[in-house]
Design a protein around this ligand. Structure first.
Ligand code: IMP
Length: 202
């Protein structure tokens, strides 16, 4: 499939960090990312339940499109759902990552893993996007492990306790935005989005 490269993609998210990461990655391709809030302040989305991030992202974009398709003026739209999946905990917190982070936080996760030898985990990012005609879905992963010591100040969520496998011994929170986006699940998903559409100019 070939598509003209879009100049602008609206991102429906309330998370400024996700917006910064997506903007950083897509700026390399001269694609601007703007918050959907810039054109529509009153989108009501019921947080969907789903078995995995892909289902949740898909259900979210359907709801968002229902309320803003006319305001998009043909521009693209993306939504993202992500989570941390810890092997020794059978994939927990997974699709409950946001809730678990706001309740027991990183300390709670560290306590659950203290006695476990296996600290392996992965982040998953599922993006559903609308290209003005159709919805597409892509997914990116980032393998790593959980650090029992919380380190660093940047990033968000579980970043102070997540050490990416492809990095050195630092957590995501000890990295710059550029270093995190070189390795992150969100970047992998954004790259899949670009590849999937096979823009002729790239
Ligand atoms: P969402 O907004 O429903 O996609 O929530 C995803 C949750 O997973 C966030 O609130 C974080 O707790 C966690 N999460 C997803 N991606 C990241 C990341 O890049 N860094 C840190 N935490 C993340």
């Amino acid at each position: 499939m070939h598509r003209e490269k879009p100049e602008l993609i609206f991102f429906h998210t309330g998370n400024e960090h996700k917006l910064d990461e997506a903007s950083q990655v897509m700026s390399e391709l001269q694609i601007k990312i703007r918050s959907l809030k810039d054109i529509s302040s009153s989108i009501s989305v019921v947080e969907p339940q789903g078995e995995n991030c892909a289902q949740i992202a898909h259900s979210k974009i359907m709801q968002v499109l229902d309320s803003v398709e006319d305001e998009l003026n043909g521009n693209w739209l993306m939504v993202e759902d992500s989570g941390l999946f810890i092997d020794a905990l059978g994939g927990f917190p997974g699709v409950y990552s946001s809730y678990v982070h706001s309740t027991v936080g990183n300390e709670g996760i560290v306590k659950l893993l203290e006695e476990s030898k296996d600290k392996s985990a992965r982040y998953i990012s599922s993006i559903s996007f609308w290209d003005g005609e159709r919805i597409h879905s892509v997914q990116g992963h980032c393998k790593g492990r959980i650090s029992l010591e919380s380190r660093g100040d940047s990033g968000f969520g579980y970043d102070p306790i997540f050490i990416p496998e492809a990095g050195d011994d630092r957590t995501f929170s000890e990295m710059t935005l550029l270093e995190k986006t070189a390795l992150s699940h969100r970047t992998m998903a954004l790259k899949m989005m670009v590849e999937k559409l096979n823009f002729p100019s790239m």
